[in-house]
Design a protein around this ligand. Structure first.
Ligand code: HEM
Length: 153
């Protein structure tokens, strides 16, 4: 009997250690690389179509080739950051966004568009939190001023 109890306790200890280590990647839980690509592209379309005095200002005079390249790099970045088997070979977030004058208002609007996209694709709330937290890790490299205006003064 004692031996059986010990065996059960040992099994419980073993299994309670499993979930964190063996949990599927965020990539897999979001439905894989193709699903991520679809959602990211939809989100970026919203960014580009935003008001020209808000986020849309960045895409007013951009050539289609450059925009397509940027879109692919952002898909690669998100796939790589969520644990898909994907290489991101673009620039780091600080040098990429340096001098764009992104404010906290720009950031909050971006997160709002991201949430709207995740809602649209019915991504469950707990996965949305993980995605927003992950994207949030880039904030300090991207936002250049804590202003409530779009753009930094
Ligand atoms: C806060 C709002 C943001 C705006 C307005 C914005 C805008 C831009 C623009 C205009 C470019 C093109 C730059 C160029 O061609 O030189 C770009 C590139 C990029 N952005 Fe953002 N961005 C934002 C946030 C983010 C976030 C949160 C991420 C990552 C999670 C991100 C990832 C990237 C990547 C990977 C590139 C391509 C890097 C490369 O060209 O090597 N951006 N962004």
């Amino acid at each position: 009997m004692v031996r059986r109890v010990l065996a059960v306790v040992a099994a419980m200890a073993l299994f309670s250690a499993v979930p964190a280590a063996a949990q599927d990647s965020l990539c897999k839980r979001l439905g894989g690389g193709d699903a991520i690509s679809t959602v990211v592209k939809s989100f970026l379309t919203k960014m580009r179509k935003d008001d020209p005095d808000k986020l849309g200002r960045f895409w007013l005079f951009r050539g289609s080739g450059g925009v397509a390249r940027e879109e692919q790099l952002i898909v690669d970045f998100v796939q790589s950051a969520t644990g898909c088997d994907r290489l991101y070979d673009g620039r780091d977030m600080r040098s990429t966004h340096k001098g764009m004058g992104l404010s906290s208002a720009d950031w909050d609007r971006t997160v709002g568009l991201l949430r709207a996209t995740l809602d649209e694709y019915k991504v469950p709330a707990e996965l949305q939190t993980e995605v927003i937290d992950l994207v949030g890790t880039t904030r300090s490299a991207i936002v250049e001023c804590e202003e409530s205006t779009f753009g930094c003064p």
